[in-house]
Design a protein. Structure first.
Length: 154
């Protein structure tokens, strides 16, 4: 689908941004899908930012909080997804540092308990391996969860 003029493109992208908080990369990918000429991308993104339709700080906060609190993702998985959205490392680190350590540990404990209940009776080593893989897949660093896991499995 090729859009004819800038106004039509901007209106379509404004609706896209209003539906859900977006980052610049989301909007850039949408423009590619809409066959918007590449030389217009930066100008359109700038206009959307000026009018408050794109706010990367807001996007970072909402993305991080949503993925951590609702999907129970760890910092590594959140960071990887934000890097894929081409967000600056300093901004990512700042946002990840806002996750409260107590909440992070509580989440690790919750996920360990949940996984222990799901596992059929197995050897201690197998439980440790399966739970470790699960937590790594969720984006938690072994340095964060292994002490907790070892104390739970004793």
């Amino acid at each position: 689908m090729s859009l004819s003029n800038n106004t039509e493109i901007i209106l379509k992208l404004q609706r896209f941004c209003v539906y859900q908080t977006r980052c610049k990369e989301d909007v850039r990918q949408k423009m590619i899908r809409l066959n918007v000429k590449e030389h217009l991308h930066d100008n359109i993104i700038e206009k959307l930012q000026e009018n408050g339709f794109i706010d990367e700080a807001d996007y970072l906060t909402q993305f991080t909080n949503g993925k951590f609190h609702f999907k129970k993702w760890g910092k590594q998985k959140i960071k990887a997804h934000l890097i894929s959205k081409k967000i600056a490392s300093e901004k990512i680190e700042h946002c990840l540092n806002l996750i409260v350590t107590d909440e992070y540990i509580r989440t690790i404990n919750y996920l360990i308990e949940k996984k222990i209940k799901e596992l059929k009776v197995q050897t201690l080593t197998n439980k440790r391996i399966k739970i470790s893989r699960y937590l790594i897949q969720k984006g938690f660093a072994p340095i964060d969860f292994l002490p907790i896991l070892d104390s739970r499995l004793e």
